[in-house]
Write a protein that binds this ligand. Structure first.
Ligand code: DGJ
Length: 737
């Protein structure tokens, strides 16, 4: 029997969640206010000494019912706040009653400790395989005057620096409630001197997940998406860092929201320099009606604490997302090297053209062919046929089955592109069901890439799409599906909902998409599913629960990719990040880089090719065949090893990173120099995470180094010549083959 990771001391009213690495401490304060005491490095025993000082602060009112001028919700660090009883900081919840009031005063009611981790209803979440892996504390708060209950869940894993949190609100009153805001979590830190910086992953289409670190200043800063997806523009992840923290030193708290829709992280620095973080579904264009006896479950947030900088935080997330968020047959499988026809042909392909590409792919050793956009309805451009998931007979004279059979006969797997959430006006689906299109009655809906959204909150809409997709999947042997989504939400309105429910539409859309993904991924477990949203517009922890990998960006330029892949690695494992070698001049930037450079960068993720293989010279084909052999050998190390960021492309001319196998017997160093310069500085790099006592052999030169030499003395970077140069150095423990 394992000892529980959670204790409650009746006397001091303290909850302590603690494993070998971290502690999370909560106290039921006077009057039942739930106070936050601590989250950080393990504290063996907590003696209740850090009680929040009492001080009368002008204009910060007092806790109702307590009659104590020095006790205020406006300053007390709390676990979850509500609006209206003189806590003027950003609230975690706003609940409106039928009479228009929105004051809620949540106080401690009861608690329960559960072994393991219950799943969240209808939402993606981290899981356990065995109960002993984690314990869950559920603390129930209740409004002082009404039967509104809030269950706060905290799961602590036994062997991970991770706390998972979510909230569930229950309406046991006789009237209806309207949730105007309901965050997944709040974290109040009094030690704002400790966490002075915030790191986020903002970006744009073809420029996803850039790294942005800034000082936390007085006021409120929102890191959010209002686009209906987790978005290219602001990823659903942030980290709080101490001012000195870097990749290898210092304290960091990483916060991942396991959700793919509108999100918001609010970071507030208050009147006395205390920090409040509130994270969850964005309250922008959100409201949710809760009838008597109904409840609302928020998405989950994953909190990671690291006392050794960003790298350790990232590695904890990499393991967690890979091992306890991603699911299914391909979760730990080596991912196939594919060739995708998008940048090779765009919409302009025939059976013949595809067969020519497949012939080359087979000769080069490529393992899968993916037929991208344009195989369905009558789609020859991007302005038609979305929603018509039947094959474009006039285009593929041998049919989709003909393509699949040809690919399989050649010994490759076959993958297919879908964009299930969309509808084109020029489609049979729109002709038959114009009401499926999400729009506000009486108005012209905004179009983006000439396409519109389906109202995925409606069951009949999802059923229609599911049934169409199943018709294809049941008759064609398909090994992989790329699930794309090429616009943001707008005209957010559902004809299936009453007027007062329209604020529910965006979240219902997301719940509907999750349900469809769950149905299809469960029904076709052999298929490898890849997420995509115009590149990396929905690259988030929620999607990973259904699809173990995602297309990182439509930007395939190797130099731009350095930043995109580096930024993505802060929060996501390498096995989730797909990267392709494409043609030069690059279609997005016009830049010309060597095939080696393009290969080395794409090999730092899940490798694929996206160019017309029939246009290559013999020399290029030989080089690609070599890249493929090399990647096949290195694949387990790259996809499932520990990834260490060494030098950032956001900080200088050199980028480097490292893959180290779990048993430390193998390492792969990647180095890139952006621009050439005369009289270059002799840069050097010291490796990390190797075994001090091992001897490592450079697999190209045969030179041998001890682990201590590589980690303490380091090596010089190669003397590169020319711009955009890369090199990979593969070390193996001496004696290992
Ligand atoms: C956006 C994706 O990111 C591309 O790879 C491609 O699939 C296109 N959509 C097709 O429309």
């Amino acid at each position: 029997m394992n000892q529980s990771l959670i204790t409650f001391d009746e006397q001091s009213k303290i909850f302590h969640l603690c494993n070998n690495e971290i502690s999370y401490i909560i106290k039921v304060e006077e009057g039942g206010v739930l106070a936050h005491i601590y989250f950080g490095k393990k504290v063996g025993t907590y003696h209740d000494h850090k009680n929040y000082p009492r001080r009368d602060r002008g204009f910060s009112g007092n806790v109702p019912g307590q009659n104590e001028r020095a006790y205020s919700k406006d300053t007390l660090p709390q676990e979850y706040s509500s609006h209206g009883s003189m806590d003027y900081r950003v609230p975690a919840s706003m609940i409106r009653r039928e009479n228009g009031a929105n004051l809620t005063d949540l106080r401690y009611n009861s608690y329960e400790i559960i072994s393991g981790k219950p799943p969240l209803e209808g939402l993606p979440s981290a899981y356990v395989l065995e109960e002993k892996e984690a314990d869950t504390l559920v603390i129930t708060l209740k409004d002082r005057f009404e039967d509104i209950y809030l269950d706060l869940s905290y799961t602590i894993y036994r062997d991970r620096n991770v706390i998972a949190r979510s909230a569930n609100i229950r309406n046991l009153t006789n009237g209806s409630l309207r949730l105007e805001k309901i965050a997944s979590m709040q974290l109040d830190l009094t030690n704002s001197g400790r966490y002075q910086d915030v790191l986020s992953l903002p970006g744009a289409h073809v420029k996803e997940r850039q790294v942005n670190r800034e000082k936390i200043a007085t006021g409120i800063k929102r890191f959010e998406s209002r686009r209906g997806t987790s978005s290219h523009h602001m990823n659903s992840f942030i980290a709080l860092l101490d001012a000195q923290a870097n990749e290898f030193h210092g304290e960091v708290i990483g916060i991942h929201l396991v959700y793919s829709g509108n999100h918001c992280f609010e970071v507030e620095c208050d009147q006395i320099n205390q920090l409040r973080l509130v994270a969850g579904i964005n309250d922008y264009n959100f409201s949710w009606g809760l009838q008597p006896k109904e409840h609302f479950q928020t998405p989950e947030v994953l909190l990671v604490y690291s006392d050794s900088g960003l790298n350790q935080m990232s590695q904890t997330f990499h393991h967690l997302l890979r091992e306890r968020v991603a699911r299914g047959k391909h979760q730990f499988a080596e991912r196939p090297i594919l060739v995708n026809n998008w940048e090779a042909t765009y919409f302009d392909f025939t059976n013949q053209k595809i067969e020519a590409i497949v012939d080359e792919a087979a000769d080069l050793g490529i393992e899968m062919f993916v037929l991208d956009d344009g195989w369905f309805g009558h789609r020859d451009q991007d302005n038609s046929s979305l929603g018509d998931w039947f094959e474009f007979a006039g285009k593929l004279e041998k049919g989709l089955k003909g393509v699949a059979d040809y690919v399989h006969q050649k010994g490759l797997k076959f993958g297919l592109w879908f964009e299930p959430e969309m509808i084109s006006i020029d489609s049979t689906l729109y002709h038959e069901h114009p009401d499926y299109l999400m729009q506000v009655p009486g108005r012209e809906p905004s179009s983006s890439r000439d396409q519109h959204l389906l109202d995925m909150g409606r069951k009949e809409v999802r059923e229609n799409i599911q049934q169409q997709m199943e018709t294809i999947l049941d008759v064609t042997e398909i090994d992989y599906i790329k699930w794309d989504m090429n616009r943001s939400l707008s005209d957010v309105y559902s004809t299936a909902l009453a007027s007062e429910q329209q604020g529910e539409t965006a979240h219902r859309y997301m719940l509907g998409v999750y349900e469809l993904m769950e149905n299809l991924t469960q029904k076709y477990p052999d298929i490898l599913w890849e997420g995509c949203s115009g590149g990396g517009g929905r690259f988030d922890a929620g999607l990973l629960y259904y699809m173990p990998q995602s297309w990182a960006s439509d930007n395939t330029d190797a130099m731009e990719r350095l930043k995109i892949q580096y930024g993505t690695s802060i929060a996501y494992p390498i096995s989730a990040i797909t990267a392709h070698v494409s043609a030069v001049p690059n279609h997005q930037t016009g830049r010309i880089t060597s095939l080696q450079t393009r290969g080395d960068v794409a090999m730092s993720g899940v490798l694929g090719y996206e160019l017309d293989l029939t246009m290559l010279s013999e020399e290029e084909k030989n080089e690609i065949a070599e890249q493929i052999k090399k990647y096949q050998e290195l694949r387990p190390l790259i996809q499932y090893g520990n990834f260490v960021r060494l030098q950032s492309p956001f900080e200088g001319n050199i980028t480097s990173w490292l893959f180290v196998s779990d048993d430390q017997s193998e390492a792969l160093l990647f180095i890139c120099r952006l621009l050439a310069n005369a009289q270059p500085v002799f840069n050097e790099v010291r490796l990390k995470g190797l075994a001090e006592e091992f001897f490592y052999e450079d697999q190209t030169t045969g030179e041998v180094y001890s682990g201590t030499e590589l980690m303490n003395i380091g090596i010089y970077y190669p003397d590169f010549y020319g711009d955009f140069q890369t090199k990979m150095i593969h070390f193996k423990k001496q004696g290992d083959k």
